[in-house]
Design a protein around this ligand. Sequence first.
Ligand SMILES: [Zn+2]
Ligand SMILES: [Zn+2]
Length: 241
Amino acid sequence: MREELTHLLYPRKCPGCGIVLPAGLLVCDECAEEFKQIEEPTCLICGRHITDERTERCYTCTNSERSNIFGISIFAYDDIMKKAMSDLKFHGQTDNADFFAAMAVSRAGSRIRSFDPCALIPVPVHKSRLRVRGYNQASLLCDRIGKLLGIPVVDDFLLRTRKTGFQKNLGNIMRKRNLDGAFSCNTRDYPKDVVTARLQRVLLVDDIYTTGSTMEHCSKELVKAGVAEVGLLSISISGGT
Ligand SMILES: [Zn+2]
Ligand SMILES: [Zn+2]
């Protein structure tokens, strides 16, 4: 009943085309086909599609420092996804997170369960951005995925301690530099013994994976703080090799 009322008052819109959806649907039939899922085989470390089945890692993960043990991504970062993500991040279309979370669970739920993470950790945004936007899209994704899989979300361990410019406007080298010192772990509330006891395996979650430098900076901090195994989940990923 409450769900029906919510639907009447705030009808859910399709994350792809924006039409009002019948109650219970998270995407319209046409757009369900349009969102392109990442095909196998995929890079072990970032989840990007790779063409050479004999290799485990994509070109970027072979040639870059990587501290996570595996990575999964769900969708290609193409035009329809760009719009759906930007609606989620900048236009208050938070319902889109329900669709992304449901797809992540149907596609990667069993892999995530077998990793058995102690917690889901969102890639944090700086608090000044949080103030403007009102929410962190990665936290919204974590909350929904956590609820569906019964995994707790920990969002006060990994912090964004320095504000950075938007990554998308920068080249690869500047991206890396832009993020130096941007993240750190809350070691006051989570000293090493607590991390060892409670956060041995964590799944780091973000909306978009581009060069991987954001997630690598986060993953490195987590490992430094005592996490033994970091897995990555991104909803969408750009490019492919
Ligand atoms: Zn649609
Ligand atoms: Zn890769």
